[in-house]
Design a protein around this ligand. Sequence first.
Ligand code: PHE
Length: 332
Amino acid sequence: IKAEALKALENSDKMEELESFRVKYLGKKGEITGVLKGLGSVAADERKEVGALANEIRAYIEKGLAEKKAAMQEKVLQEKLKKEVIDVTMPGRKSDIGGAHPLTIVRKQLEDIFMGMGFSIAEGPEVELDYYNFEALNIPKNHPSRDTQDTFYINDDVVLRTQTSSVQVRVMEKTKPPIRVISPGRVFRSDAVDATHSPVFHQLEGLVVDKGITMGDLKGTLELFMKKLYGDDVKIRLRPHHFPFTEPSAEVDVSCFVCGGKGCRVCKKEGFIEVLGAGMVHPKVLKECGIDPEIYSGFAFGIGLERIVMRSYNIDDMRLLYENDLRFLKQF
Ligand code: PHE
């Protein structure tokens, strides 16, 4: 029995096997138990010897069993420890942090450039009085140019501003020349969404008022700005235009590359895209804001921020800027 038990013990390597081993030898109907129970039928003179032997074997098996059990538990513990080990030297898993939106990146870039040229930043409300958005800018009620900027009206006197030019009026009202400000911000027009239009977009307004300011200053300022933004080879083009609040007025285009191939269509074939409106502040507007047009003159411009972003990053569909697709946003 001893030899057989020893072999069986060695061969069992699972906890369940150990249990059936225990039952087989030491259980109520186990082999050793059987021998001990049967002592009565053993001849009296051999009884002592057989009993002692059986007890010895039982002790032996119990000891072996306990050792095997302990070894097995230790093995299981070691395996568990090995599996659950934490390598504290491993680099941590990075959580996703957001990045700046391309519109924000470019707005900051523009702010930096203009601040470097001596401009400061002014802000105005997005929900604006009709007076600042239109009337003070020489666009009276029923003026046809209101139709060209499909306005969201809150009521008769309040609109969602259609242009950052409203901030020009707010600044001139409060500040004596010399004035040199920019005002970036969101504007609203009831346009349908397509590749180049959105009902919410961004402008960056510029305003300079001082003695002796001319159209030359306007062109020089814009040219310098575009060079700082896009490099020295960039060209700008002023086309005559009309705005009620500037006279003369111009639309300004910037040269851009037409790179070949798919996904490379910043410009159509002319090689210029329109990025801003500008002009000399209309004397009527200066007067309305309490600035004497006989003494002072000024220029203003309104840059379409989305256009600049598209030109900067070769983006051909404005909708990408608003859809918040991470695959797009993560590129910046
Ligand atoms: N506010 C004009 C627009 O939204 C742009 C502009 C700004 C034109 C300043 C002239 C001067 O189209």
